[in-house]
Design a protein around this ligand. Structure first.
Ligand SMILES: C[S@@+](CC[C@H](N)C(=O)[O-])C[C@H]1O[C@@H](n2cnc3c(N)ncnc32)[C@H](O)[C@@H]1O
Length: 258
């Protein structure tokens, strides 16, 4: 099996472009620390990423600021009304440059296809940016699904709201933007980029609880290190995520990685 086929992947955002992310949420405060700290904070300060938080409540049509209501036919919980969502979309369109393509509308939902590295690459390459809809309570009125481009789930479990899911998406997408990670090779060798997990990595000390760092990694022979890593990535994938190997034309050999 060959290494990662980067040509088969969508291109990353062109250098110099800012990725715009609109987050539609009832709880913008949840994002405060997340957008300030670490690489996301730096990507925003460096002008590579812009995240705009929009509060659904601005579009409430009642004096209580509520945009949710009880489901017809009965049932637990409340649903976000379609009118608030459409009003938010209209406001975004009105604020955009005339004729500008609109952002990809992504509804965060446990009903969507699962988020994957390929999805993150597609979003990073989307020139008009992305709009992430964060539900709360029992989610959205079903008619909102006709107003978005796609649904997206971060996994087969249910969160209280879409905010944590939106943070996962923003983080996975932002680190693909040129210049956000210090070393672009980190991306190429990472888990899921080439269909495998990343090879095991080691740091000091060389011996820890009687376990030695594989000698080849300190040999200085780059070709041998690369071959070892390829084999070790296959072994690690077989151990922790054998499901990733199901569609592999060239299954991993049984050789040891020691
Ligand atoms: C409590 S959930 C609603 C679940 C909904 N009643 C259902 O059964 O599909 C509230 C909101 O959290 C978000 N959410 C929950 N789980 C999610 C997941 N796995 N992926 C993405 N978003 C999720 C969605 O935005 C959803 O509208």
């Amino acid at each position: 099996m060959a290494g990662p086929d980067l040509d088969a992947l969508p291109p990353l955002a062109a250098d110099g472009r800012v990725l715009h992310v609109d987050v539609l949420t009832l709880f913008p405060g949840i994002f405060e620390g997340f957008l300030r700290e670490s690489l996301i904070g730096k990507a925003i300060s460096a002008g590579r990423l812009e995240v705009r938080l929009h509060d659904w409540r601005r579009f409430a049509t009642n004096k209580h600021g509520r945009v949710d209501d009880a489901p017809f036919g009965g049932g637990a919980g409340m649903l976000i009304e379609p009118s608030a969502v459409v009003a938010q979309f209209d406001a975004l369109a009105a604020a955009a440059d005339p004729g500008a393509p609109r952002p990809l509308r992504v509804m965060l939902s446990p009903a969507g296809p699962r988020f994957a590295q390929a999805t993150a690459r597609r979003y990073a390459a989307h020139e008009a940016g992305i709009a992430l809809l964060c539900g709360r309570y029992e989610g959205f009125d079903a008619r909102v699904e006709d107003e978005v481009d796609e649904l997206l789930s971060v996994g087969d479990y249910v969160l209280n709201g879409g905010e944590v899911a939106a943070m996962a998406v923003i983080e996975a997408v932002a680190r693909l933007l040129p210049g956000v990670l210090g070393n672009a090779m980190s991306l190429v060798e990472e888990s899921h980029e080439g269909g495998l997990l990343e090879a095991p990595q080691f740091t000091r000390p060389r011996t820890f609880r009687d376990k030695e760092v594989p000698a080849i990694l300190i040999s200085g022979d780059h070709a041998k290190v690369a071959a070892w890593r390829r084999q070790a990535a296959l072994e690690r994938t077989r151990r922790w995520r054998p499901d990733l190997l199901v569609n592999t034309a060239d299954p991993p050999p049984a050789a040891s990685t020691d």
